[in-house]
Design a protein around this ligand. Sequence first.
Ligand code: TRP
Length: 492
Amino acid sequence: MAEARERWGSRSSFVFAAVGAAIGLGNVWRFPYITYQNGGGAFLIPYLIALITAGIPLMILEYAVGQKMQSSPPTALRKIWSKAEWIGWFAVVLVFVLATYYATIMAWCVNYLYYSFTQAWGTTGAEISNFFNQTLLGKSGSPGILGGIQLPVLIGLAITWLLIYLCLFKGVKTLGKIVYFTVGIPWLILIIMVIRGLTLPGAINGLNFYLTPDFSVLLSPKVWLAAYGQIFFTLSLAMGTLIVYASYLPKNSDITANAFMTSLANCGTAFFAGFAVFSTLGYLAQSMGVGVPEVATSGLGLAFVTYPAAINLLPVAGVLFGALFFLLLLTLGIDSAFSQVEPVVGSIVDKWGFNKKWVLPAVVGFGFLMGIPYTTRAGFYWVDIIDHFVCTYGLTLVGLLECIVIGYVFGAPKVRKYINSVSDVRIGPWWDVLIKIVTPIVLGASFIFELITLIRKGYGNYPIWTTFTGIGLIIVLLIVSFILSKKKGGNP
Ligand code: TRP
């Protein structure tokens, strides 16, 4: 390329950016609940094993690919094997689809931050749930009935994309400063929330449910699949993000140390967030005179229904804690959101040499437009459906293909030699085994397992055609990736 490659201002900028990408909404609303559901404290065993045997090895691999090839995923993979460029594009189109609905969830958070000042969501449980489902989302009852656009969601979406644009438009150096805030602020809020949560009556009951170990679950394959699935999702693996971020590092940065820092910071934060969530759930259950399992939820229900209910009950400063919670979700989510856009922009710039000044607004504008269907009354269902297909099948496929290309075609020992030549902590031949055998087996097994479940039951309680739409989407994305890889690039 004619111009010199963009660079992070410092190594810590890169680490914070990668940590920010990893720590997202999933850390608050997915990890604590999955832990609770899969054996409590005992779940930490499969989780840590998944981290060590698959999460960190694959992260090391992605860092090595980006850093050694100094390019975004498609170009980096082409340099490794001329036939592999489409795999990079597949990751990029997947992460773009992820960005479009992730931004929609952020749009809901933007609205709730606004509502939190007046606790507009109402007081009783039924009111709060109705507020989310009807007032905000206007749920149509079926994914086939789009209904009209929900204006507040559309406005939230526009604000989200504007924020993404503002974070990215000054380039990687400035981004490297922004990430200190988008990681630091959530950490600060989490500390406040944990202290507040633990001092509430009933908190300890919640924590008991979160962490009391049930070791019998360790025999269940489902628990292991949940652990591996959560690890891939939470570390933002197999979506091009880590490759593009690492490509802005100098070639001699320490890869293994970066990988250990990123993954430990991410998983530590998730574990810590569980204390904020479950202490509050314990309080809510006690106040309502019910058991913790009756209020324990995950995902959207937790964030937009259960948590507001708990906030309403707080004896003091409910408005403050409500605002803090949604500010937490927004600041947690925004660096994940822009880390989904950067690989798209970087890949186009790297392949065709266009000016980033124009590529970024084009991608942001297109992303906003593609998000509009999610602002309709059927949007909620489509966020759920598309999320399942992108994160379950797309992510697994990309991870599997990366392992095969690097492990077998390029040769794991060659990559390991490079990694060790720049890293203080050296990795042994065990890494080759993990990349060539363990990780592909886990990814392949979960792909097959999920596919069988899908064929037998379809996804969710939706009409069957939505399952075909999901499968169709993955196939279309694959075709698009092939086409993009065949196009002539502007760069050698
Ligand atoms: N890790 C993010 C979270 O916990 C979500 C995520 C999954 C992601 N894959 C990604 C973020 C790829 C950025 C890029 O919420």
